[in-house]
Design a protein around this ligand. Sequence first.
Ligand SMILES: Nc1nc2c(c(=O)[nH]1)N[C@H]1C(S)=C(S)[C@@H](COP(=O)(O)O)O[C@H]1N2
Ligand SMILES: [Mo]
Length: 300
Amino acid sequence: MAHRWKNDLSERDVTPEGAWLTRRGLMAGAGGLALAGLAGRAGAAEGLEPNTWEEITTYNNFYEFGTDKADPAQHAGAMTVSPWSVRIDGLVDRPADYALEDILSRMTIEERIYRFRCVEAWSRVVPWNGFELADLLQMAGVQNDARYVAFETHLNRDEMPGVRFPVLDWPYVEGLRLDEAMHPLTIMATGLYGRDLPNQNGAPLRLVVPWKYGFKSIKSVVRITLTAEEPPTSWNKANPREYGFYSNVNPEVDHPRWSQATERRIGAGIFARREPTLMFNGYADEVGDLYAGMDLTRFF
Ligand SMILES: Nc1nc2c(c(=O)[nH]1)N[C@H]1C(S)=C(S)[C@@H](COP(=O)(O)O)O[C@H]1N2
Ligand SMILES: [Mo]
């Protein structure tokens, strides 16, 4: 793989895939149940070759650190990620500032190899480590009238050079319908390749919703609020004509300025053919029912 993107990680920071696979084998032996359950469920990603550590950590969107793909790897190292806590509030029984250590001690960390599709029409396959968002929401106790979940990213003007520019209305916010948030494919990621999540990928805790465009997968989450109404979301606020609340990957609904029918797989090489984009990013069997009867051109 040619090193087409600037990388400020040294060689020794990069986990060779072989080492990771060995560790993965060991983990499967030790805690096999969680992984066994996952194998059937994440079927759409079966057989997919994950992108390399370098490909996943040096070409990023994290606009708080700048809009160039190389900016997050260059600047996000300055972000303080410890101590970290997540405020969980709104329509929950136990609203609180939850310390990250306390959350992690109560969650089951699994590996999830997911396709990842950015709305800009590039894609890759990522071996995340994380836990199901449903478990975290149940920990806080979801109340009956909750219908949506709002998320907010950490904001520190001293550590985030990109927020000097009004590209988005900071802090970055996102949202899901409650049934999307409770879906077993929806995770909070804490790692990559069995290692801590690098800051540029949203350390120490970021959402991953594999059937939606990448911008729904909000990074460095500090607040989760259960609400009755659909919450505002950053890209929808910035350009409602181009970015909807749902933002499900859909090859049949084009972006107003480009086709969503195909994608460029990161790392495939400059002569590789574009790949067809799959409905719900390949997770239609798992999540199609969530949108039964909905007009997906209207609720894009
Ligand atoms: N807080 C925050 N979260 C964010 C973004 C961002 O700019 N700020 N970019 C989004 C977009 S557009 C994408 S494609 C993914 C990229 O995640 P990755 O860098 O881990 O691949 O993060 C999403 N989450
Ligand atoms: Mo994106």
